[in-house]
Design a protein around this ligand. Structure first.
Ligand SMILES: *Cc1c(COP(=O)(O)O)cnc(C)c1O
Length: 396
């Protein structure tokens, strides 16, 4: 049987594949130190779970409007007013089944064959494949560790062609943890306005920021910037709600309407019960976010301390999210644990898993050869045990 050209063209999600490999080893009874996780390890806060139970008991177990219920759209608007002083109308909001779904629908609504989408690399694994599913062309622009993994306005300018339609920004960034400085964002916004480019700003890690880094929402640079900004975020990372599958898009009404049409033919509404839980998350007490952020901050400090002690490891300190993204090229071509020798980051991750039972994700998956991603969405105790293994692995 032959499958479609689209499906043959795309790759499976590399982070999901890395996690599956670690799980497979675990199922054989091996004690795996798994740092592939792309989600908070905390439970969803109790008051949010209770709201879901109440919604079920109240009979909110049916289809809703395909773009989400108005109460949730209002709660999202209130949150942007509260957090960033941005006034949005529910007509400018659509709720989807997770932010990944939101991103897919933005891309499908906006671009197609002949269009170019500019993606700063390293980038989140799904970006380029989602662009390819839409038949458009991903244009990768490499950023550097020295620049803190941020795209400069000059780089953006240079990447624009008459076919460029969309820039996909991810701030803070998965996998690098880069939190864009305000001046850089402002510069990028200026280029977007001057060159008539739309900007999809994936801000799913907006609440996970480590001072002195600060977060700035891309839609806050004035009306002309806002008119070409499509914000994507959701409850997954901020409220530890990855399994509930609620993400949203905020942007120009025309785009939201197009997405609503698409969604009505594709998935219909996001889970009704999860929508009520998301209302409780957004309208309820917000201190749960800060409690989790503080915990991530401690882990981040621990990880940076351990990484600094490893000779040859190079990284730009993450300003946000929960990943450390570091260069392992100095270990290439040398005997590692049990005589293993590796020549690239993918082989490094395979050998590290097989010999030392530590699971990381290869930078090759994110368009960053020579690098690996370590998620610190796990306890300090687990990080400690894992780093002891990493040190043994590198010592040979
Ligand atoms: C986790 C993640 C998302 C998607 O989250 P959902 O669970 O689909 O809401 C989107 N973008 C980035 C960069 C992520 O890391």
């Amino acid at each position: 049987m032959s499958l479609s050209a689209t499906v043959n063209r795309i790759k499976p999600s590399a982070t999901i594949a890395a996690a599956a490999k670690a799980r497979e080893l675990k199922s054989k009874g091996v004690n795996v130190h798994d740092f592939t996780l792309g989600e908070p390890d905390f439970n969803t806060p109790e008051h949010i779970c209770e709201a879901a139970v109440a919604a079920m008991k109240a009979g909110h177990t049916h289809y809703t409007a395909s773009g989400g219920i108005v109460e949730l759209k209002k709660a999202i608007c209130d949150a942007y007013q509260r957090d960033y002083g941005l006034k949005y109308d529910p007509a400018q909001v659509i709720v989807s089944s997770g932010a990944k779904h939101s991103i897919h629908n933005v891309i499908t609504t906006l671009v197609g064959p002949g269009d170019e989408v500019i993606i700063p690399a390293p980038y989140w694994v799904s970006y380029s494949d989602l662009v390819e599913i839409a038949g458009a062309t991903p244009v990768l622009v490499n950023t550097t560790r020295e620049s803190g993994w941020t795209l400069s306005p000059g780089q953006l300018e240079a990447a624009i062609t008459p076919r460029s339609k969309l820039l996909m920004l991810n701030n803070p960034c998965n996998p690098t943890g880069a939190a864009y400085p305000v001046e850089t964002l402002e510069g990028l916004a200026k280029v977007a306005v001057n060159r008539n480019l739309m900007v999809l700003s994936d801000e799913i890690y907006e609440k996970l920021i480590y001072p002195p880094a600060r977060f700035r929402c891309f839609a806050t640079f004035g009306d002309d910037v806002r008119a070409r900004t499509i914000l994507v975020s959701g409850v997954s990372k901020a409220y530890a709600m990855t399994g509930w599958r609620i993400g949203w898009t905020i942007g120009p009404v025309e785009i939201i309407k197009g997405m609503d049409k698409l969604q009505s033919q594709e998935t219909s509404n996001p889970c009704s019960i999860s929508q009520y839980a998301a209302i409780a998350a957004l309208n309820g007490p917000q201190d749960c976010i800060e409690d989790m952020r503080k915990e991530f901050e401690k882990r981040r400090a621990y990880v940076l301390d351990r990484l600094k002690r490893i000779p040859g490891v190079k990284l730009a300190e993450p300003g946000g999210a929960f990943y450390a993204f570091f260069d392992v090229t100095s270990s290439f071509g040398k005997p590692l644990m049990n005589g293993r020798v590796v020549q690239n980051a993918t082989d490094f991750c395979t050998a590290l898993l097989e010999e030392a039972h530590v699971a990381l994700v290869t930078g090759d998956a994110f368009g960053a050869p020579g690098y690996v991603r370590l998620s610190f969405a796990t306890s300090i105790k687990a990080l400690e045990a894992g780093f002891n293994q990493i040190e043994k692995f590198l010592a040979g």
